[in-house]
Design a protein around this ligand. Sequence first.
Ligand SMILES: *[C@@H]1O[C@H](CO)[C@@H](O)[C@H](O)[C@H]1NC(C)=O
Ligand SMILES: *[C@@H]1O[C@H](CO)[C@@H](O)[C@H](O)[C@H]1NC(C)=O
Ligand SMILES: *[C@@H]1O[C@H](CO)[C@@H](O)[C@H](O)[C@H]1NC(C)=O
Ligand SMILES: *[C@@H]1O[C@H](CO)[C@@H](O)[C@H](O)[C@H]1NC(C)=O
Ligand SMILES: *[C@@H]1O[C@H](CO)[C@@H](O)[C@H](O)[C@H]1NC(C)=O
Ligand SMILES: *[C@@H]1O[C@H](CO)[C@@H](O)[C@H](O)[C@H]1NC(C)=O
Ligand SMILES: *[C@@H]1O[C@H](CO)[C@@H](O)[C@H](O)[C@H]1NC(C)=O
Ligand SMILES: *[C@@H]1O[C@H](CO)[C@@H](O)[C@H](O)[C@H]1NC(C)=O
Length: 582
Amino acid sequence: MMEPSAAVACASCRRHPLPPSLLLCLLLVALCLPPALGLYTVNAVYGDTITMPCRLEVPDGLLFGKWKYEMPNGSPVFIAFRSSTKKNVQYDDVPEYKDRLILSENYTLSIKNARISDEKRFVCMLVTEDDVSEEPTIVKVFKQPSQPEILHQANFLETEKLQRLGECVARDSYPEGNVTWYKNGRVLQPVEEAVVINLQKIVDRSTGLFTMTSSLQYMPTKKDANAKFSCTVTYYGPSGQKTIHSEPVVFDVHYPTEKVTIKVLSQSSTIKEGDNITLKCSGNGNPPPQEFLFYIPGEAEGIRSSDTYVMTDVRRNATGEYKCSLMDKSMMDSTTITVHYLDLQLTPSGEVTKQIGEELRVSCTISSSRNATVFWIKDNMRMQTSPSFSSLQYQDAGNYICETTLQEVEGLKKRKTLKLIVEGKPQIKMTKKTNTNKMSKTIVCHVEGFPKPAVQWTVTGSGSIINKTEETKYVNGKFSSKIVIAPEENVTLTCIAENELERTVTSLNVSAISIPEYDEPEDRSDDNSEKVNDQAKLIVGIVVGLLLAALVAGVVYWLYVKKSKTASKHRKCVSHHSREDI
Ligand SMILES: *[C@@H]1O[C@H](CO)[C@@H](O)[C@H](O)[C@H]1NC(C)=O
Ligand SMILES: *[C@@H]1O[C@H](CO)[C@@H](O)[C@H](O)[C@H]1NC(C)=O
Ligand SMILES: *[C@@H]1O[C@H](CO)[C@@H](O)[C@H](O)[C@H]1NC(C)=O
Ligand SMILES: *[C@@H]1O[C@H](CO)[C@@H](O)[C@H](O)[C@H]1NC(C)=O
Ligand SMILES: *[C@@H]1O[C@H](CO)[C@@H](O)[C@H](O)[C@H]1NC(C)=O
Ligand SMILES: *[C@@H]1O[C@H](CO)[C@@H](O)[C@H](O)[C@H]1NC(C)=O
Ligand SMILES: *[C@@H]1O[C@H](CO)[C@@H](O)[C@H](O)[C@H]1NC(C)=O
Ligand SMILES: *[C@@H]1O[C@H](CO)[C@@H](O)[C@H](O)[C@H]1NC(C)=O
């Protein structure tokens, strides 16, 4: 706004347009006024009251004051009159200003409810008997537009396509404003074929207010997925340029899938037979594809499915390459699945009954997707080697477990059991020994066989007391039964061993306690007992005398031991031999 004194000076220039003062007047105008036409200006807000002071010194002898405005062609229209003498006010019958004017005592004119059409040049006139003073005032009306809104928003944006994103609308502005589009806070400049902005300004005939509509056509890229689009309206207010921002809008940007990915979802990192496998296919487009074709090994045609394909209880034949593609087969991804397996075959298995001395070949074979380790357990003890029997012994009987695991595959473990039973008919070997007090003899019946044979003793002759002691523990098919006897005459002792397979009877002649005789050693090496037994029987058949029989048996035994034992054990045999001579 201009300085009042300067305005007064200018006003007086205009009143007396004399050539000498014209230059001064122009100079003053140039000096004192902003480009706003060099006149006193009142800025009003649309709808408010415009207050225009008269800005003239009230002269002495004032008759009346008047306000008029000037039509575009310069002709005046009087609107208000105040008589200084009668103190009354009259408003001219101008429809535009009906009921809107107040002319106060100091000739300040107020116009209620400012309109755009009030932008005029108003003039205050003070009239005395001999002079008329005039002072113009320019009225400017401003109307702030509504907050811009983005209307007709696209539901989604598609990449590589120029499309209408929306319209930014700011309503009822005066003077007209400009609309600017922003993406992520940066001005969107028009770009051929990519950013096309079209601004329309429509004026309302009745109000004179402008509505600005800026449509934006935009070709998005994938990066615009989360971009915030907004617009602003820039307008002039009474104190200069101002800006109002719209709410930002984010669009769903649709773009095609460029890559298909197949994934295997399973409970563990490795897959084994019996597992469930879920294949999941995904595309990186937006919106993501909902349907795919899954290619399963061995099937030529793709199987149409949602983004997952489930296989339950898979077998080893499910190993292979799995693929998935978009419905149009344009893109594909593949993955290889290995279904681990572990088969174990034990032959023979289950309960197996064999006879002692028989041969048994045991095989535990595995077939597996990886190298698997096999180990054997016999009666809960880890074995160092796998079992194999060329000649079964009683101690070979037991529970054998062949077990295998695939280390790399969690939970893949197999085991099979062989329950081996070694049967044998009872075998008897009898020994006798004169006890140190020379008052009794101990006779032992060594029994071998499975199932465990029952032992019975019988004695022929008289005057003998049989003191039967407890049997030894039955270990590896062997045990012994022992009796202590003090025969007064020669007797024959019979040991009877019987199991489900056979009844075996063996007799031994024992001479009267008074007659010294050769004692056979009580403890013998288990390995040899069988053979010795046979030999003993042979000897019994050939030799008549008990002493001779014992002698021969001793010799045979000594020979046998010499043949099969080491040198160190040889000495022991010699000592036995010498005892025989007593
Ligand atoms: C003129 O009168 C009005 C109301 O009576 C008052 O508000 C205004 O300040 C006055 N103006 C001058 C320039 O005295
Ligand atoms: C609108 O834009 C035009 C042309 O760029 C400029 O002259 C005018 O001042 C602008 N208006 C506003 C309110 O910013
Ligand atoms: C596989 O899925 C079936 C149902 O579809 C379920 O009964 C079974 O327990 C699953 N097997 C495994 C190993 O999770
Ligand atoms: C895999 O083998 C099972 C039988 O073990 C059979 O039922 C199934 O059809 C086979 N699957 C394929 C794909 O060959
Ligand atoms: C599997 O065993 C074979 C032969 O025993 C051997 O050559 C191969 O290296 C083993 N593989 C692994 C992974 O141990
Ligand atoms: C028979 O054995 C018992 C105990 O085992 C013993 O007390 C008894 O003296 C023995 N009799 C003979 C004749 O050895
Ligand atoms: C025991 O002696 C009798 C005669 O006294 C004889 O017939 C028998 O063959 C002898 N038996 C043994 C095993 O030596
Ligand atoms: C008892 O046996 C011994 C030999 O061991 C023999 O010399 C003796 O004659 C026998 N006695 C009887 C009564 O048969």
